[in-house]
Write a protein that binds this ligand. Structure first.
Ligand SMILES: [Zn+2]
Length: 395
């Protein structure tokens, strides 16, 4: 006799309980039916025991009764299939329940909700979306179905639908997720800006500003529009505003400042100096960003980088080990060190999620792992030993 797999045992326990219940329950109006049902159940269990889940499934699907108890057993078995990753079986089983004509509405909803999760797990997002939308219209699964839809729209980057859904959620008493909505508007604005539809981009940003909240990403996107239109004064004002509310965005802002400075020729130094003055509350962030952006030709940035390197034990220790000292480095030497550090920085994760620890080289406004918005923080150290993830963490 082959060893039973763990899920088979679980299913057996589950179904044996149900079969026992069947055997013991009060006599049914038609004893013949009840006997046939019992026999079918036993046959199904036998298939399971012999590791023939498909035949078992066939049998169980045939005996889905309109009865609450049997349907619940089937729902539990379906959940078991999904957990095991046997998605086609879970789908067939749940479809079988949903297809029943006489079924309590509450059980039908439960089966639809389970089926939607099967589709989601199987990557059939369109079908999942359809079912969640149906469930979101009302009933016991309205709120969870709406939340699932939000996640689907975020993944599909369908920001307009996601905004609508957040507004619907707010109307049914779910707390307003304003941060998410503001990010959706920024996403829409960025897409419009990238496509050259600047008026549309401004419209989305206006909608975001109507929230009355200072949202640094809105300032960043508006600054991009100003850069594109050659309005350096406005762009600098907006970038200053963005980093004032969120010093962690200095690495986003600096490349934009450098674009403006390099386009301004001789006046470029003044532009960088202004930005350095505006970053007084984040010298380490700025020094790190200057190394990554390869901007050490600007004296004010080079000075900050020297300070940063002096304070960084790993880097200053490394330099001492090769017989140099940060203070002895001339401009060319500093730039050479900068090149090495930049290579280190761009090949190791530079952002880490404060919620779940997910680390990445690229910045994500929404953590790809835990889906939290604005949870990534820059890591300001240079890892000399790949794999020592902890040494990258911001102190
Ligand atoms: Zn995360």
């Amino acid at each position: 006799v082959a060893l039973l797999s763990s899920w088979t045992v679980a299913a057996l326990v589950l179904l044996a309980g149900a079969a026992g219940f069947y055997a013991a329950r009060r006599p049914r109006p038609d004893d013949g039916d009840a006997a046939r049902l019992r026999a079918d159940y036993l046959r199904g269990l036998n298939f399971l025991a012999n590791d023939q889940p498909d035949r078992a499934l066939e049998t169980f699907t045939r005996v889905v009764e309109v009865d609450r108890d049997t349907v619940e057993v089937h729902l539990a078995l379906g959940a078991l299939f999904r957990r095991r990753g046997e998605l086609d079986r879970a789908i067939r089983l749940h479809q079988g329940i949903v297809a029943r004509e006489r079924l309590e509405p509450a059980l039908r909803e439960q089966a639809l909700y389970a089926l939607a999760h099967d589709y989601l797990a199987a990557g059939l997002h369109d079908r999942a979306e359809q079912l969640f939308a149906q469930l979101a219209a009302g009933g016991a699964y309205r709120l969870p179905a709406m939340r699932e839809l939000v996640a689907i729209y975020e993944r599909e980057r369908d920001w307009t639908k996601a905004i609508d859904l957040h507004r619907r959620l707010a109307r049914v008493g779910h707390p307003q997720q304003e941060t998410a909505v503001l990010h959706y508007l920024c996403e829409l604005a960025e897409a419009a800006r990238a496509a050259g539809r600047l008026d549309e981009a401004r419209e989305h940003l206006r909608a975001a500003r109507a929230s009355g909240r200072r949202f640094p990403r809105v300032a960043l996107v508006r600054a991009d529009i100003a850069v594109r239109e050659g309005d350096a004064v406005l762009a600098m004002k907006l970038l200053g505003r963005a980093i004032e509310s969120e010093p962690g965005l200095i690495d986003e802002a600096l490349p934009r400042v450098l674009t403006l400075a390099r386009a301004a020729g001789l006046r470029g130094t003044a532009i960088v100096d202004d930005f350095v003055a505006a970053c007084a509350h984040g010298p380490r962030e700025l020094a790190h960003a200057a190394i990554v952006a390869d901007a050490l030709e600007f004296e004010s940035l080079a000075g900050l980088v020297r300070q940063f390197l002096r304070a960084d034990e790993a880097v200053s220790g490394f330099l001492r080990a090769v017989g140099r000292d940060v203070d002895d480095l001339d401009a060319a030497g500093l730039r050479a060190v900068g090149v090495v550090l930049r290579r280190l920085a761009v090949s190791t994760p530079r952002h880490r999620c404060a919620e779940c620890g997910f680390a990445s080289r690229a910045r994500f406004w929404q953590c790809p792992a835990c889906k939290t918005w604005d949870s990534q923080r820059p890591m300001l150290r240079f890892g000399f030993a790949a794999g020592h993830a902890d040494t990258f963490q911001r102190g």
